[in-house]
Design a protein around this ligand. Sequence first.
Ligand SMILES: Cc1cc2nc3c(=O)[nH]c(=O)nc-3n(C[C@H](O)[C@H](O)[C@H](O)COP(=O)(O)OP(=O)(O)OC[C@H]3O[C@@H](n4cnc5c(N)ncnc54)[C@H](O)[C@@H]3O)c2cc1C
Length: 489
Amino acid sequence: MQRNKALDFDSDTDYLARLRKKTVGFDDLKRLRTELVIEATGERRRKHGIKEKAETLVKVRRDRDIVTVLTNPKRFPSPVRPVGSNSASTRCTRTQAGTQLDMTLLNRLLRFNAKTVTVQAGIRLRELAEKLAEHGLELVGGCDDPDRTVGGAISSGSLTAAIPGEGGDLASSVVRLTLITPQGHRLDIGQDRADLLRVALMSYGLLGVVCEVELRIRRIRSYAMRNKTLNFDELANYMPDLAQVRAAVKLFLLPYRDTAFVEVRVTGSKNRPVHGWPWKIRNWAWNSVLPRVVHSVGRVIPIRQIRDPLIDTVNEAAQVLVNRGLSASGSNSAEQSGQFRTLSRPQRPTRIRYCTWAFPACQFGAVVKAYRDFCRAHNKTSKFRCDLPAIAYRVDKDQSALLSPSFDEQVFSLSVRTTNTRGWENFVMEFAEFAAGFAGIPLFNQTCGLTAGYVEDVFGKRLAHLRAIRRRMDPNDRMLNQFFAEHVG
Ligand SMILES: Cc1cc2nc3c(=O)[nH]c(=O)nc-3n(C[C@H](O)[C@H](O)[C@H](O)COP(=O)(O)OP(=O)(O)OC[C@H]3O[C@@H](n4cnc5c(N)ncnc54)[C@H](O)[C@@H]3O)c2cc1C
């Protein structure tokens, strides 16, 4: 799909102002305005003899730009999809011939006190964490991919290794949000309307565009890190303890090496100082260097028998040297600040492909062992293997959002990740079958290979409730793209 040059409201306004200064006549101005509209609504192109319309990308700078777009379907065709850092791995932000709203310029911190901070929805977690750190404050949820936007993270599934009591995702720390409805009205939803807030959180932009968010914050709190290396059978035996430990749990899984690195984060009574630089190096190595190295090894070494073990060795070494060697203590603030990899953006897709499922914690011991066997069997038949370790988080029960994957019980999420894309599509389709066999719970922004029937089975009444509210709030399907028409309706 061809993408147009982004429409920037300010430069548009400047453009019109410059035109007016040139004292163009009314007809000229009308013509030029029309030209702008043509630029905004997309050009047609021929592909295999078929005419296609390109999607429109609009960079939002003010809340009223959102209203302008939503209330003008002729100029900005449906569906309208808000986009944060666009790190979703599914088609949830795609519009075909519709309009994408790039929210990342709506990025101001508006106000804060010791307990809450109010921000515009396009601010990235990293920018927010850095600003809060100047005042000794931090976000409550421990999200470790800080390039995502606050609006995107609370509107979609965004899981994290949370310390008990912190909630399973960033949505659980929302106190209030402001939504611009598909009709262009501002709607403030606070905890006094808890039922509506629960529907609005993780609603994937189906009820409107979130433009402002108030989040709970706290003083920076440190945690100590403990590490353990196990094989998959040992990990499965250890799983009941990991489900109960009063700490955040993160796992790095290397199925072809039969090795699991367990990272446990424990908060103590003492607040020890945390240095930021080990976290910066850790994140740079983990999110930028490692994907590049394994990708290059995969490309330059054609012989599988040499390439695959080498990739495993690089991954294992990265775990030992970087994750375990560098940081013995941390804080949400240290983890979220710093300069490192940028996630996918409309203009620059990330190299990493990923797919996440959540599994009931009581089954996860069986899941990890079966996952190792599944990867090996799939590799034997297809020759495909993920070249990055899978990551798992323990996510405690969290009912703050209607579509929360841990709404009913504690879960472990499992993200499979790769830079190697040949064979990936087949892998995620088979992985979806594997996940369904273990009552896997999908996330609309992170789970590839979903079928509508399966989604209906998993979310049942909760999905029906969201669907009913969506249809009431958006009777003209202004926000509904093909993906959500298939999965939510
Ligand atoms: C390399 C990599 C690693 C990742 N690791 C993790 C991980 O460890 N844990 C995890 O949970 N996720 C992870 N993700 C997924 C991703 O970070 C989350 O999906 C994230 O929460 C989405 O934030 P975003 O700003 O990118 O939202 P987008 O992907 O841009 O949007 C997600 C959804 O929210 C909607 N939306 C966006 N902004 C708004 C708004 N202002 N108002 C209303 N709706 C909106 C979109 O329409 C879309 O439906 C990873 C992604 C990548 C690429």
